[in-house]
Design a protein around this ligand. Structure first.
Ligand code: GDP
Ligand code: GDP
Length: 466
């Protein structure tokens, strides 16, 4: 995947041990005596689904030196310059030493992304060293035990966090989608999302599109949401064919609403001519993070509604359903449970989808609708740590392991989350091709339930474990 990691730290913190753990072979010499001279080498390393190169910097040290010798410092600086990411390693057992701070300064000055590795965290008394490590100003220390292989899931997540998903997975994306095998996995066009690596941020405008069949009430809904005054400012205020979005805020939350044709006040003639074309619909969906599907509650689900929903899910967007014209319904309780049941059955790919009764005309239910939009947006952005995922996987493997195919049991090694918006997971397993769809579906549903991710598409990619 093309990034280089340099393991930096003072002598004896466990750099070689960590190097060996990542490279998986006994390549670097490990020695209790600092100063065993070794060459700087670069080796292919693996941390779950992450593949990268590690520069071995162990052994730069000079046995006799109590301060940092020039050569060592020089070598370290070269390694730092070459690296895309630095594992700044400290010894949590012994606590910070003056050299740690000296090295940390060099690292900080380089401006390179850093993961602060607090090694020997399994040792008694390591807690104090962990806390001390914060003082280096290199972020949160990740407790690991290079010797015992502990803390590796968190180290993996820290790498993704430090470099960003784009950088870590970007180039390999094509390959990855080639291995996708689940039915609810969205093959085909994957829209590169510029915000893909961002954690949930409620200061950025949330992008919404409103779609639905003609006459479902889209224009009325949008007008009700953004308020009449906005529309009354009319065409001269820049609501033209070219403007694609309208900014507005709901309870202080910034929203960008896709400006579909329906948003403009139009003459009756124009209205008839200007049906929202498929192309416009697709454009709206791609623009959006959350897509509100407006259904006319007086008319049952139609094929077209499902096609729209399917398109949204395929594009990796999260749908929220508005059952509109609720003011016309006389058996609301009954109809709502019926419609929700139907929705769940027809859209199993987004189990737990938010579906809210509203009246665009009276304004009832619109706050609830917006709350559902924001809730869904949070889920769409959610991230599960590798540690949690693999504890969940342990339970799955204990109670409902993958079946045997042609007499051989399929094995799953680990699961990681490779993407958000929507959540995307990579399952590393022995024979991806042989894994039954039904089992992948089971994994997806179980994962959705375990980590409370209702209503959003979840992508699941299978990958060969090597
Ligand atoms: P380097 O000089 O930074 O490359 O450190 P080494 O990898 O040579 O390790 C120095 C010493 O720390 C060796 O005795 C290792 O066995 C020991 N060590 C490395 N990792 C750990 C760990 O996770 N826990 C404990 N308790 N000892 C470790
Ligand atoms: P669009 O084609 O999806 O943009 O639908 P419109 O917003 O133009 O609405 C179509 C028709 O449904 C209009 O006559 C609206 O007045 C009516 N309508 C929209 N929302 C509601 C609602 O909540 N209740 C009722 N009773 N009528 C509505």
């Amino acid at each position: 995947m093309g990034f280089k990691v340099a393991i930096i730290g003072r002598p004896n913190v466990g750099k070689s041990t960590l190097f060996n753990r990542l490279v998986g072979k006994k390549l670097a010499l490990v020695d209790d005596t600092p100063g065993v001279t070794r060459d700087r080498r670069v080796h292919a390393a693996k941390l779950y689904d992450l593949h990268f190169d590690v520069i071995d910097t162990a052994g730069f040290e000079d046995a006799a030196a109590s301060t940092l010798p020039g050569r060592m410092r020089q070598q370290t600086e070269i390694a730092i310059r070459e690296a895309d990411l630095i594992f700044f390693t400290v010894d949590a057992k012994s606590g910070l030493m003056p050299d740690d701070r000296t090295f940390a300064d060099v690292v900080r000055k380089s401006g390179k992304p850093v993961v602060l590795v607090a090694n020997k965290a399994e040792a008694r008394g390591a807690q104090g060293g962990m806390l001390e490590a914060w003082e280096l100003g290199l972020g949160e220390p990740i407790p690991v035990s290079a010797e015992h292989g502990q803390g590796m899931p968190d180290l993996r997540d820290a790498v993704v966090e430090a470099l960003g998903e784009e950088r870590v997975f970007g180039e390999d994306d094509e390959e990855e989608s080639g291995e996708i095998a689940a039915s609810e996995v969205l093959i085909g066009e994957d829209i590169a999302d510029p915000d893909a690596e961002a954690p949930y941020d409620d200061t950025k405008p949330l992008r919404i599109a409103v779609v639905g069949r003609p006459n479902a009430g889209k224009s009325t809904l949008i007008n009700a949401l953004i308020g009449e005054e906005r529309l009354l400012t009319g065409p001269e205020a820049g609501i033209t064919r070219d403007s694609i979005s309208v900014d507005w805020d709901w309870r202080g939350r910034r929203i960008k609403l896709f400006d579909t044709a329906g948003m403009r006040r139009k003459s009756k003639v124009q209205e008839k001519l200007e049906k929202l074309s498929v192309q416009d619909g697709l454009r709206a969906i791609r623009f959006a993070e959350i897509v509100i599907i407006v259904l006319d509650a007086t008319i049952p689900f139609e094929k077209q509604d499902l096609q729209i929903a399917d398109l949204i899910i395929r594009e990796g967007r999260a749908p929220v359903i508005a059952f509109n014209k609720w003011d016309l319904i006389d058996n609301p309780q009954e109809l709502l449970s019926e419609l929700r049941e139907k929705t769940e059955r027809l859209l199993p790919q987004v189990r737990g989808i938010q579906a809210v009764p509203v009246s665009a005309e009276t304004g009832r239910g619109l706050d609830k609708l917006m709350e559902s939009v924001i809730k869904t947006h949070k889920v769409w952005n959610s991230r599960v740590s590798t540690g949690k995922l693999n504890r969940w996987l342990e339970g799955i493997l204990a109670h409902h392991p993958p079946p045997a195919v042609a007499g051989r049991r399929l094995k799953i090694k680990y699961v990681t989350q490779a993407k958000t918006r929507p959540p995307g997971f990579v399952v590393s397993c022995s024979r991806p091709d042989a894994m039954p769809q039904s089992y992948v579906r089971y994994l997806t549903n179980s994962l959705r339930e375990a980590f409370d991710m209702p209503g959003v598409p979840i992508r699941m990619a299978l990958r060969t474990s090597d």
